[in-house]
Write a protein that binds this ligand. Structure first.
Ligand SMILES: Cc1cc2nc3c(=O)[nH]c(=O)nc-3n(C[C@H](O)[C@H](O)[C@H](O)COP(=O)(O)OP(=O)(O)OC[C@H]3O[C@@H](n4cnc5c(N)ncnc54)[C@H](O)[C@@H]3O)c2cc1C
Length: 525
């Protein structure tokens, strides 16, 4: 709770916490800071990072009357890659977009999964199918032209682990040191189910192979997307998210007073040693002071800042972030000379040889601007792409074509007439086994510094951009609490469990409680 000793509210406050955020050459500004104290001004908050998390924080704080500055290291705040799924349970994001009055989404999309043997799974729109108790719909409705039923049935015991995983700190610690592969083995999944379905599914959602992903993160993802039949359904944005969603969103925030500072890269932070709180953040030659700060950055961006910041290095929670791993992602957009028949808009593919899953999207059926094109435009993303990173664009395009041809042979006869390659080193967090203890929390040991992003520890239960958005709102709520002004943002919780799942969960909780009372409960590994 906000108290009279919090950094931003002391009457004797130095450096005047309510003074304006200023953009000045660093040395001049430091001399001026102690002179200004404009107590009647709205409290100042600096948010760093203009992705889903940072925009969510800025959105709520500006609506609460704070003076908000949003710093972004690029020229345009935009989600880097365009075709990203918005899944059915993204209730907070859908509610935001409804409020913006834009209609940016496609209809619900069908998806395919290809192995080197060809089409492995066709995913329907689940909400169009008769409703079955969860998770039976997710198991019954996908069409598996190759995988025998007996292999699919070996996934059933896994439901026990999903029931056990209730997203608390206790279960994260319990499953964090185990790999996803060990989990699947322990619960009796067949070799083929693992290789042809589970391994690619882990890679497509956690951007790392199952033997390098924690069982905890795997169960978190499985539970979020499979807990209700329709949760696996998704839509795409009908154009770039930056254009269709972020631009109108930012315009509406700017009309309420948001100051968006582009090309401003956070490099360091200054500490008010007397108060123990962050007094200023540093962006190259400029410093910005405020009452509270929200960092909404990816893990590798924060790692770079920690490496050069003595202030952040003084706290173990930030040093721990340096132990987290990230992976490289390469994106390729291709324009072909002819139309290739791509049955479904969204496609996951896996090469058994290097067992790295990758995805491609048919932009003709997603983007308004390519709907009437007579030739194919698509986008492919390659996570874990450290081997692609050093290659020339043309070499990467050749790899992409070879992989596409393995899925849909028609690509063999199509010529690429234009391409765009984007390399994003270290841009995807890896939920490696044992990583949970190093993940940062939303509140830090600096009382006025709060964290947001899709990789931080959080109990909401959502994933990906919905999680980023929710953690942004939570960071805003922490600012409201700390500064003692404004209303809390309403965060829509994930949909409640179906009755039978809830009953199984409470039975499981009782059994776990009983087990912990046994004298041998601590004895076994
Ligand atoms: C390959 C891949 C596929 C994905 N597919 C999906 C999908 O289909 N559906 C889905 O929901 N999610 C998907 N995601 C995840 C989704 O992209 C993220 O959850 C979401 O973008 C995270 O938002 P964020 O605001 O936490 O971080 P980011 O989007 O990374 O935003 C951080 C912002 O901070 C800025 N920044 C960084 N450093 C600094 C600095 N020093 N100073 C100032 N600004 C800085 C960056 O430029 C960026 O704008 C995917 C991710 C990857 C890697």
């Amino acid at each position: 709770m906000w108290t009279s000793t919090s950094c931003g509210t002391r009457a004797t406050g130095f450096p005047a916490p309510s003074s304006a955020i200023r953009r000045r050459p660093r040395r001049i500004f430091r001399a001026e800071v102690s002179l200004s104290h404009e107590a009647t001004q709205p409290k100042k908050v600096v948010v760093v990072g203009a992705g889903w998390a940072g925009l969510a924080s800025a959105h709520h704080l500006i609506n609460q009357g704070f003076d908000v500055t949003l710093l972004h290291d690029g020229s345009e705040p935009t989600e880097e890659v365009t075709s990203r799924g918005f899944w059915y349970p993204y209730r907070n994001i859908f509610s935001l977009v409804d409020g913006l009055g834009t209609k940016p989404f496609t209809k619900w999309i069908k998806a395919s999964y290809f192995s080197p043997e060809g089409l492995e799974v066709n995913f329907p729109v689940f909400q169009d199918q008769p409703k079955l108790p969860a998770p039976l719909g997710a198991l019954a409705y996908p069409q598996f032209p190759r995988l025998p039923l007996v292999d699919r049935l070996t996934s059933l015991p896994l439901i026990a682990a999903v029931i056990d995983f209730d997203n608390t700190d206790t279960v994260w610690r319990k499953y964090d040191t185990m790999t996803a592969r060990e989990l699947f083995k322990q619960y009796g999944c067949s070799q083929r189910l693992y290789q042809e379905v589970l391994q690619p599914a882990v890679q497509a959602s956690l951007f790392a192979p199952a033997e390098q992903s924690s069982a905890a993160a795997t169960l978190g993802v499985l539970y979020y997307y499979l807990s209700h039949q329709q949760n696996f359904d998704f839509v795409f944005c009908r154009g770039e998210v930056g254009v269709k969603i972020f631009t109108p969103w930012i315009e509406s925030l700017e009309s309420k007073g948001l100051k968006l500072l582009k090309n401003s890269t956070l490099t360091d932070m200054n500490l008010n040693e007397d108060m123990g709180c962050i007094s200023q953040i540093v962006c190259g030659g400029y410093v910005y002071e405020a009452d509270a700060f929200v960092l909404a950055l990816g893990a590798s961006s924060l790692q770079s800042i920690i490496q050069s910041s003595h202030v952040l290095q003084s706290r173990q929670e930030f040093l721990n972030v340096l132990k987290l791993s990230t992976s490289d992602v390469v994106y390729v957009k291709l324009w072909f000379d002819k139309k290739v028949n791509i049955p479904n808009a969204a496609n996951v593919c896996c090469d058994f040889d290097d067992s790295i899953a990758w995805t491609f999207y048919d932009l003709n059926s997603v983007y308004d601007e390519y709907k009437d094109e007579t030739s194919t435009v698509l986008e492919a993303e390659f996570p874990c792409a450290s081997d692609l990173l050093p290659l020339k664009d043309e070499q990467i395009v050749a790899v992409a074509i070879a992989k596409l041809t393995k899925c849909i042979q028609e690509f063999e006869d199509a010529k690429v007439v234009q391409h765009k390659v984007i390399r994003r080193p270290k841009s995807a967090i890896q939920f490696s086994p044992g990583s949970y203890r190093y993940m940062i929390r939303g509140a830090t040991s600096f009382p006025n510094l709060f964290m947001a992003g899709d990789w931080i520890v959080n109990r909401h239960g959502s994933w990906s951009k919905e999680k980023a958005y929710v953690t942004g709102l939570e960071a805003a709520n922490r600012v409201v609490d700390y500064l003692g002004e404004g209303e809390f943002a309403k965060i829509i919780s994930v949909e409640e469990d179906e009755a039978h799942i809830e009953a199984l969960r409470s039975l499981n909780r009782r059994a776990n409680e009983l087990f912990t009372q046994l004298p041998i409960s601590e004895f076994f590994l």
